[in-house]
Design a protein. Structure first.
Length: 352
């Protein structure tokens, strides 16, 4: 049994005097809405980010904003006692339409509490966990457009020749497009998006796409293949390169993953709980599983937090934690390039 990393931070004292909710927006074309949770105490503050705002109806966001100020968060806690207290609160005042939203919101409060507790203690997360950090290798995650075309990728490589990619595959990929993309040898992950319950419009085209992608890409991770018998037959011979993302929220999910999980995309906000996240890291390390990290459309503090976690636990993975400007359709010059280096000393749970 792997040692629980949670025990290293569970007893850190935490004082909360007040809290606030702040709405964040990213402009077009990558329009996103998130919420900062700001906890204050002892002359400092901690931040977490609820990345689920884009998926909320207007009345759901308004209900959260109205209810958040009255949440009973103030007090003297340890981190573990606060997490237990939080579990008993209703953080979702509107009717719950999707269970994953509950985990996204819980992560915002737990990550803010971790940030505040460590800052009050004068600690950074690496020090608190007894770990070091390393420069973080990242990939640029994107689709190839509708209809998919090579220049979506090619323009980026012209500006940043060493850029690596995580590409969302689609049934409309032609064999010619697949071959042209594969020939760049710039792709680390092909994401089939097969575990989100999305409708398959043309099953024949989907299976044809799988055949060309699986044959065309060497040494590439294949993420979240569809749960269809025909796909399972096609993917099976490539099982050592299959990773899972959407189904993973606990170590039990890893144990139950098809093909026997060997690679895991760890998304902290989707996991939703500090203890579960740290248990997953320890489980993967003990079992020799490959790890990489992923984001969920962070606009604020959350992006730096997942970059810090990647720097601690899987810096050399194909981490989907590129700086947010890589979401722009046309990349400006001068963006930070992979690997990302830590800009300063870590205090709390934040990159800088």
């Amino acid at each position: 049994m792997a040692e629980s990393l949670w025990t290293r931070i569970a007893d850190v004292p935490l004082t909360i005097e007040s809290h606030a909710l702040e709405r964040l927006e990213a402009p077009a074309p990558a329009e996103r809405v998130t919420f900062h949770v700001r906890l204050r105490g002892g002359g400092v503050y901690g931040l977490g980010e609820d990345v689920g705002g884009t998926m909320l109806e207007e009345d759901e966001g308004a209900a959260f904003a109205a209810a958040a100020p009255s949440l009973p968060l103030a007090g003297e806690w340890t981190l573990a006692r606060f997490v237990d207290h939080l579990a008993g609160l209703d953080l979702w005042p509107a009717p719950l339409r999707w269970e994953a939203g509950r985990r996204l919101r819980n992560w915002a409060f737990e990550s803010a509490a971790l940030d505040l507790a460590l800052r009050q203690a004068g600690l950074g997360l690496p020090e608190a966990l007894g770990r070091s950090t390393a420069p973080v290798r990242f990939v640029n995650s994107l689709g190839l457009g509708e209809p998919p075309v090579f220049p979506t990728l090619g323009r980026r490589l012209e500006r940043y020749p060493d850029l690596r990619f995580k590409l969302d595959a689609h049934e409309t990929w032609s064999p010619e497009l697949t071959a042209e993309v594969a020939a760049t040898r710039a792709v680390d992950i092909v994401d089939f998006k097969g575990r989100y319950g999305l409708a398959v419009e043309d099953e024949h085209a989907l299976l044809a796409m799988y055949e060309t992608v699986l044959d065309g890409f060497e040494d590439v991770i294949f993420e979240d293949p569809h749960d269809m018998p025909e796909v399972v037959d096609l993917v099976g011979p490539h099982a050592d390169r299959v990773s899972f993302d959407a189904p993973i929220a606990t170590t039990a999910d890893i144990e139950a993953a098809p093909f026997g999980a060997r690679i895991v995309n760890i998304k902290p906000s989707r996991i939703g709980h500090l203890r579960a996240l740290l248990d997953i890291y320890a489980y993967c390390e003990a079992g020799g599983l490959r790890m990489y990290g992923g984001g969920m459309g962070e606009v604020g503090i959350g992006r730096g937090q997942i970059e810090l976690l990647a720097a601690i636990f899987h810096p050399d993975g194909p981490n989907d934690v590129a700086p947010s400007a890589y979401n722009l359709p046309d990349l400006p010059a001068g963006l930070p390039e992979s690997p990302l280096t830590r800009p300063g000393e870590v205090t709390g749970f934040r990159w800088a």
